[in-house]
Design a protein around this ligand. Structure first.
Ligand code: ADP
Ligand code: MG
Length: 963
């Protein structure tokens, strides 16, 4: 093999930057793969392992094979985790290599899997020493919006209400649609009338008509913003500007007049905030449909509880029961309301073939960034189930999180982190804020001569696409290949169809334009196609349509003819939400001093323009008064668009930051629990750990159990022992001495237990070993705490040689792991719930994050308490049941795994949007008005039998309209 690449000078700079733990921004085609070899080699010399992280497995394999010989020549070992099965021996070996390639998700999942391992042999990762992340913006920014999650089924997970309420919500959306259509029609005629009145000189009356018209239009927009006829109408001259002006009037003074505007609607949709809120009218409509005024209303639990506290004439037990009942009722109600809200969202904000597709009876998410289908990912929080109900496919059972981490927190564990990409500088602030990564821009090896043109703006999407096709044909005829970037699968297919239908204006015949479309999830094939995107045949340039990320990382080389013809032409069909993604697309042309050009086509119907382009653009465009098919190209518009993009970027950064602020809380807990878990797993200092737990319990019992009787009960309950001091001693003795003595007593009690297990096990073990030792390597020893039986797998020889000490140790280890995992799962579930419930805190002008921090500390303390109690109570009760036989342990027993699902879940981003903002923008004032609690004592419960003896439920009989 002959190595023909020598590092260019700029590549040496890049290498230095990576070695320093920073991000090297180097344009596409600058040879970043080669750059990375410098710091990788240098850092691998320590033997602590270097990880090279890529965005997909094709690149991981390619790069490991491409650069592998260079490392191996110098005596270093290279491997790639994506080539091997998770949890396998081969995967562990890959981590033992000096240099390990792999995809970001697999690195992250391996970390989580390692922390679910039940035997040290299952661990695959070493410590997190040094990682270089290729396409670092894609990994640490785009992908970081969704945490890695390993989940499994929960008992009763299919106990959901989505199918039950789907028809109801469908009808609700139906009535709202009627309303929206009606308002739109009204708006159109009023606005036309108004305009002609004004033209005729009747200013006053004309203006009145216009005002009324724009209000109708605004209502239609608030009712269903994604309604196609509405979007179309909004792109007409002066219409959008007029509506925005009307909106301003109602939003003035903190939405003072908003209720007026939205009052006739059933619910209010806000695309920007990603929210759907029922109005009073909607709530009333629902109540009427189900004939129940409270079915979809959340009880005011806080007032109800304080009313209960204030109530006299109740025993403590009654009060507790009542409280339980209230809490249960609240839980059921909030589940129902939540179901309804998610269904509404599914209908109003998620469109088939845009946000998701339905394939083989499954709802699959389409990635907004890349336009690809995200296999196996699900929206969280019931949203996915809601969409499933809407599409009438099987609604999947709810699942429970076993382990989760954000990519941010995974990569922050590395002792040293570095990254490279062509596009980092627009996000330099975020890289620094979150990862403490500096961005260093490295100049290109040769000057860039690509011609980046101003945006070409059209009124409607239809005109825009037509112009795009014309441009493609023009370029192709000039012998220049084109790469057409789209933001969604839908658009790439539309363009592909348009190219197929292309009619040659000269011949009048339908000729079609040959082209390639990249949007499937076939990295390898994509790479092959993209590699050819810079060619031409018979003087005609190749045409390639790609969604955003398709083929990232693959070099587009130009043939000499193409270079002579002007190089690759990049045509963007829409500005993306973030400038970075647009820059990435432009960067596909003009590598290593190649000629080339880039231009974006934009229309007023584009999402970015609809949502964020300011009123000013709309009015400027109106003033310029351009007609159908006309286009403007002005630096001013391009600047405005970039400003809009900046706004969106900031907003998205805010969301990611919020996500990580929440995850940070969990991260601290995760670090502690995983450390405890690891100790248990390795079993090295297990005796020490257990005696610490016992100490902790003794202190806790003595301090927190109240009187002597209480302390006595707790000793029995938790440590399975008689209280080791008298009442007199308890009252009079110095606390420290008391605790110390009690601890000694607890430890010797515990030791007696373990010795007893050993002495019962030993004769059986000896017998088995001496007689059948040649047959068995591992055996199962049954141990019980009186409630449950635990079968503990042990190595027979070791058990024999240690006189069954190893049996006890294995048992302790199993219990610790089992209880820690169980408690952590429960803790995760509670944190999840907490995350939801704190969002309401902002209604009381409190910061949800702060409350989350405070409350999660309580959840944590309670969890640790409970965990220690359970551990102690099992360990101190353990014994070998009588008459039990030792059985052989199946060798694979140590890797029994449940059915786990690994996913990168879309978290509902709306959960993390600051509800303060949301409340300010909320047009539905219902949520802010404290509802007066209705005190319903002395009345039977809603579902109790009616006291009249009819046998009906109270709510359906004499309680009708009261409860
Ligand atoms: P990037 O990741 O920066 O987009 P790549 O690592 O894919 O770029 O490399 C682009 C092309 O440049 C590859 O074909 C590679 O072989 C070539 N290349 C990179 N560095 C050199 C060099 N020093 N000498 C010759 N060719 C190089
Ligand atoms: Mg690359």
């Amino acid at each position: 093999m002959k190595w023909e690449m020598i590092h260019y000078d700029v590549q040496l700079f890049g290498g230095v930057v990576l070695h320093q733990g920073k991000i090297a921004e180097m344009a596409t085609g600058e040879g970043k793969t080669l750059v990375a070899t410098l710091p990788v080699f240098l850092n691998a010399l320590t033997g602590n392992g270097v990880h090279v992280v890529t965005v997909n497995d094709y690149l991981a394999k390619r790069d490991s094979e491409w650069m592998g010989p260079l490392y191996m020549f110098h005596g270093l070992s290279v491997d790639c985790i994506d080539k091997h099965q998770p949890n396998s021996e081969a995967r562990r070996k890959a981590y033992q290599a000096d240099i390990t390639f792999g995809t970001n998700n697999e690195f992250g999942f391996d970390y989580l899997r390692d922390n679910m391992a039940i035997s040290p042999q299952d661990l695959v990762q070493r410590s997190h020493n040094y990682a270089i992340v290729d396409e670092v913006d894609s990994v640490l920014i785009d992908d970081a919006r969704t945490p890695l999650i390993i989940s499994g089924p929960i008992p009763k997970g299919d106990d959901q209400m989505f199918e039950e309420y789907q028809p109801l919500v469908e009808r609700l959306v139906g009535v709202q649609r009627q309303l929206a259509t009606q308002y739109l029609a009204e708006a159109k005629s009023l606005i036309t009338e108004g305009n002609s009145l004004i033209e005729a000189g009747n200013k006053k009356e004309g203006q009145e008509k216009l005002d009324a018209g724009f209000l109708s239009l605004y209502r239609s927009h608030k009712a269903l913003p994604k309604n196609k006829p509405l979007i179309k109408y909004l792109s007409e001259e002066g219409i959008k500007a007029g509506m925005l002006k009307t909106e301003e009037i109602y939003m003035e003074n903190n939405n003072r007049r908003m209720p007026e505007a939205v009052e006739p609607l059933y619910f209010v949709v806000d695309e920007k905030l990603n929210s759907c809120d029922l109005t009073d009218k909607g709530t009333a409509w629902l109540a009427k449909q189900v004939n129940d005024a409270e079915l979809f209303v959340l009880p005011d639990i806080t007032s109800e509880l304080s009313a209960l506290e204030a109530e006299t004439g109740m025993t403590d037990q009654e009060r507790l029961d009542k409280k339980d009942e209230m809490m249960n009722h609240y839980a059921v109600q909030s589940e129902r309301v939540h179901t309804l809200q998610q269904l509404l969202k599914a209908y109003c904000m998620f469109n088939k073939d845009d946000e998701y597709v339905v394939i083989d009876g499954e709802v699959k998410i389409v990635d907004e960034q890349t336009g690809r289908i995200m296999e196996g990912r699900r929206w969280s929080d019931g949203l996915h189930q809601a969409v499933e109900a809407k599409e009438h496919v099987k609604v999947e059972a709810a699942t429970q999180t076993f382990a989760t981490i954000t990519l941010q927190n995974y990569f922050r564990m590395y002792h040293k982190l570095a990254g490279m990409t062509g596009t980092a500088s627009t996000e330099a602030g975020e890289f620094w804020d979150i990862y403490k990564l500096d961005v260093v821009e490295i100049p290109t090896n040769r000057p860039v001569i690509r011609n980046d043109q101003d945006d070409r703006v059209y009124k409607t999407a239809r005109e825009k696409y037509k112009a795009v096709i014309d441009e493609i044909v023009r370029m192709r005829d000039a012998g220049r290949p084109t790469l057409i970037g789209t933001t969604s699968v839908e658009i790439s297919e539309l363009l592909s169809r348009m190219l197929d239908m292309y009619v040659n204006p000269e011949t009048g015949k339908r000729e079609g334009i040959p082209h390639q479309v990249l949007n499937a999830k076939l990295h390898q094939k994509e790479a092959d196609i993209v590699a050819l995107a810079g060619q031409s045949t018979n003087g005609k340039g190749a045409v390639t349509i790609a969604t955003n990320m398709a083929g990232r990382g693959t070099d587009i080389k130009l043939s000499p003819e193409v270079k002579a013809a002007g190089g690759l032409a990049i045509i963007g069909t829409e500005r993306h939400e973030s400038r970075r993604v647009d820059r990435q697309l432009r960067g596909r042309a003009g590598r290593q001093g190649d000629p080339g050009s880039s231009v974006f086509y934009v229309s007023l119907e584009d999402k970015l323009m609809r949502l964020f382009a300011s009123e000013r653009i709309a009015s400027v465009m109106d003033r310029l008064g351009f007609k159908d098919g006309e286009m403007i190209e002005s630096p001013m518009i391009s600047k405005s668009i970039e400003r809009a993009q900046k706004k969106v970027e900031e907003n998205n950064f805010g969301i990611r930051k919020r996500l990580i602020e929440y995850d940070d809380v969990m991260n601290k807990q995760r670090t502690v629990i995983y450390e405890k878990r690891r100790h248990a797993l390795m079993g090295e200092r297990i005796g020490m750990d257990i005696s610490n737990i016992i100490w902790d319990r003794v202190v806790n019992i003595i301090e927190n159990s109240g009187d002597y009787q209480g302390v006595k009960e707790e000793f029995l309950h938790i440590l399975s022992m008689e209280i080791p001091f008298t009442e007199d001693e308890y009252i009079n003795k110095n606390r420290e001495d008391l605790t110390e003595e009690a601890f000694q007593a607890a430890i010797s009690n515990f030791n007696r237990r373990t010795e007893r297990i050993q002495s019962v096990a030993q004769p059986i073990i000896s017998q088995v070993y001496e007689n059948q030792g040649h047959m068995y390597e591992r055996i199962m020893v049954p141990i019980t705490d009186g409630r449950r039986m635990y079968n503990i797998p042990c190595n027979l020889k070791e058990a024999y040689e240690t006189e069954s000490k190893s049996v006890v140790k294995e048992f302790e280890k199993s219990i610790l792991l089992h209880i820690i995992d169980d408690s952590w799962k429960e803790n995760l579930r509670q944190l999840d719930e907490l995350k939801h419930s704190v969002q309401n805190a902002s209604y009381e002008q409190k910061d949800p994050l702060l409350i989350f921090k405070l409350e999660s500390a309580k959840v944590w303390d309670a969890m640790i308490n409970e965990m220690y109690n359970r551990i102690c109570s099992i360990l101190t009760r353990a014994q070998i049941p009588e008459m039990q036989q030792v059985q052989e342990a199946a060798p694979e027993q140590h890797t029994q795994r449940q059915q786990y699902t690994e996913s990168k879940q879309q978290i509902g981003e709306e959960q993390l949007v600051d509800k303060n903002q949301q409340a300010a923008a909320q047009h539905d004032t219902r949520a802010q008005q404290p509802r007066t609690p209705i005190i319903k004592d002395k009345l039977p419960g809603r579902n109790d039998p009616c006291p009249c003896g009819s046998g009906k439920k109270f709510k359906n009989c004499h309680g009708k309209g009261i409860v």
